[in-house]
Design a binder for this molecule. Structure first.
Ligand code: K7E
Ligand code: CUA
Ligand code: CA
Length: 610
């Protein structure tokens, strides 16, 4: 705990506020901050009692889809076992699968093999996941990728211009996902050509057509745009802004007492597009919503430098986590129309500001009227009742001070970022499991040197109290995840590719030469490639196309070419290709890298280059 205190001091120092100022300005009941996993729930309330054990041969109940942070990938975990089942390469190179090595993946990656994935969200139909797509952001190179759930592979990557630091991303929940929104956290000149005064830097809310993977339009804002959410009626998207100041230094970004939760009105965006109220910048329709002048965006003031925004599964509330303020802001979505029409003030959409703890970052839901908020500095998960917070707000300061909304406080280890409950971002939030994605692992695992893993903790959410049941080490740095019940995903996932979806699919092996261009078509059937030998001349440009003709589930073949830096895997009925220059004369063995047969080691062939 002493290390936690250090983190806390450093954080307060950055904010430029001493402990005394915090004590004076913030309500910090001692019993909350010092409770050791006991919480302050009433006596007699129950702890969750589910078993998280998944015995050999048993399957998990949920698919977890995790962003991979700096790894640039997306991971698939089983919940509640927390077993990692798959890595899906997205913005990264993955030699094990050949992503970034094959022609198909290179065409998507365009030479950029780094990414920074934060937020992965699924496609929806009628307010719950439909098991069709996942979407994920790349904060580094400003891309959005789509993953097909039937193959659990990346199928599209979209470059987004006019924006930097694509951070928050969310999908439309109703009636189905036609739009995906993503936020630009770093303000930049638009278009970003020459140096401009920082007052001419803008934040961009981008709307993407989910099926076409094309940009519908962008909405240009003064403030930056951090986290994103959508409502449950297909009417609004939300973005938190911690830099309404247009600052370029940390102190400038902390200057104002209030920042904003922006609400984007989708009907008005559609109208602006219809009325041609946009400029085309870098080929994109950009709607100017700066200086609050467009009527498209509602700016709800929230305490300075907020972070996450999450919408409750009943669709009623957007909850903004305070970060620098120890509170959450509860916005009633039913009031937004009145605010857009000028009948009430934007701030009148706020129905509660409950105390949570020091450093609230993200909020999730149990589907029973409770929110659970991650609290970074305190290293806690705080479970609180939304209705009680609203009721206390109505009763006034005295009632609020008693914190009647707090149900339980769980210490987590340590410094939590996102938390997510099973199905929590859908109308089917079931309140079974919660994962706390902690940023530090410190002493929770065997020491592996100065660079430590992160610690993700599984919490039983089924009882009144939060019960910590499992520590899971994870490689840096997943930021966020969703957990989807298997009945939605499992029926969609295929065991083999649709072979002829790929026009290159090889059913018969052979070599075709056109001048210096050589195409080698290879079938792969355990334990042989369709050819034993390929003769090449130095300087040939060679394209090898490999189709795995084994339709048996789980029977993958690899194709690796010695000393040519070529290595990829083809799944049943999948086709991949690679192009290389035959610049090293000699005998080069190509071999299968994936143990597929008793004679797997014999599954090899020669490329003879003269
Ligand atoms: Cu809080 Cu990128 Cu969602 Cu990290 S973000 S935690
Ligand atoms: Cu095919 Cu090993
Ligand atoms: Ca600010």
């Amino acid at each position: 705990m002493s290390e936690n205190k250090t983190d806390r001091r450093n954080f307060l120092k950055i904010l430029g506020i001493g402990g005394a100022a915090v004590a004076a300005g913030y309500v910090m009941p001692k019993d909350i901050l010092t409770s050791k996993s006991k919480g302050i729930a009433e006596a007699g309330t129950s702890e969750g009692k589910q078993s998280h054990e998944v015995l050999p041969g048993q399957l998990d109940d949920y698919y977890g889809f995790w962003s991979g942070g700096q790894s640039g990938e997306v991971r698939v975990l089983g919940i509640p076992s927390m077993r990692q089942i798959k890595s899906i390469p997205v913005f990264n190179m993955d030699v094990a699968s050949g992503w970034g090595i094959t022609n198909e993946s290179k065409a998507l990656l365009k030479g950029r093999f780094c990414g920074d994935t934060h937020h992965v969200h699924g496609s929806y139909t009628d307010r719950t996941y439909d098991g069709k797509y996942l979407f994920v952001n790349d904060k580094l190179n400003n891309r959005v990728a789509r993953i097909r759930i039937d193959y659990l592979e990346t199928d599209k990557i979209l470059d987004v211009p006019n924006i930097q630091g694509i951070h928050g991303l969310f999908t439309q929940r109703f009636p189905k996902t036609e739009w995906v929104v993503c936020n630009g956290e770093f303000q930049v000149p638009v278009p970003n050509r020459a140096a401009a005064d920082q007052k001419d830097y803008y934040g961009i809310h981008t709307i993407i057509d989910a099926e076409k993977m094309e940009i519908v339009c962008q909405v240009m804002m003064d403030g930056n745009l951090d986290l994103a959410a959508t409502d449950y009626n297909g009417k609004y998207s939300f973005a938190t802004s911690y830099n309404t100041e247009k600052g370029v230094t940390i102190s400038e970004m902390l200057a104002a007492d209030y920042d904003a939760l922006y609400v984007f009105n989708w009907d008005r965006i559609k109208k602006a597009l219809n009325d041609k109220h946009y400029k085309v910048i870098e080929g994109i329709k950009v709607i100017d919503a700066t200086k609050g002048k467009s009527g498209i965006v509602l700016e709800i003031p929230v305490a300075k430098n907020p972070h996450g925004v999450n919408v409750s599964p009943d669709g009623k509330y957007a909850i903004c986590s305070g970060k620098v303020s120890p509170t959450c802001t509860v916005v009633e979505i039913a009031r937004l129309d009145d605010a857009f029409n000028g009948k009430i003030k934007p701030k009148d959409c706020v129905v509660a500001n409950p105390f949570i703890g020091l450093g609230p970052l993200h909020t999730t839901f149990d589907g029973r009227g409770n929110a659970i908020t991650s609290v970074f500095i305190d290293s806690t998960n705080v479970k609180w009742n939304i209705a009680k917070a609203i009721e206390a707000e109505k009763l006034g300061e005295e009632a609020k001070k008693k914190n009647p909304h707090i149900v339980d406080v769980l210490d987590v280890n340590y410094q939590v970022g996102h938390i997510e409950a099973t199905m929590a971002e859908t109308k089917e939030a079931d309140g079974r499991w919660l994962v706390s994605l902690n940023k530090f692992s410190k002493d929770r695992f065997l020491n592996v040197g100065p660079l430590k893993n992160e610690c993700e903790q599984l919490v039983d959410l089924s009882g009144e109290k939060l019960r910590l049941v499992h520590d899971s080490a994870t490689y840096i740095e997943p930021h966020d995840c969703i957990m989807v019940k298997k009945s939605i995903i499992e029926p969609k996932v295929k065991d083999r590719f649709n072979m002829f979806e790929n026009p290159l699919a090889v059913t018969e092996s052979g070599v075709v030469r056109k001048g210096k261009k050589v195409t080698v078509k290879l079938t792969a059937n355990a334990p042989v490639f369709g050819l034993q030998k390929v003769d090449l001349k130095k300087g040939d440009e060679v394209t090898v196309i490999v189709t795995n003709n084994d339709e048996i589930a789980d029977l993958a073949h690899g194709f690796a070419l010695s000393n040519y830096n070529i290595n990829f895997v083809v799944a049943p009925f999948q086709t991949k290709s690679v192009t290389f220059k035959a610049d090293k004369p000699g005998v080069y063995w190509a071999y299968c890298t994936n143990f597929c047969h008793a004679l797997h080691l014999e599954m090899r062939m020669r490329f003879i280059i003269t």
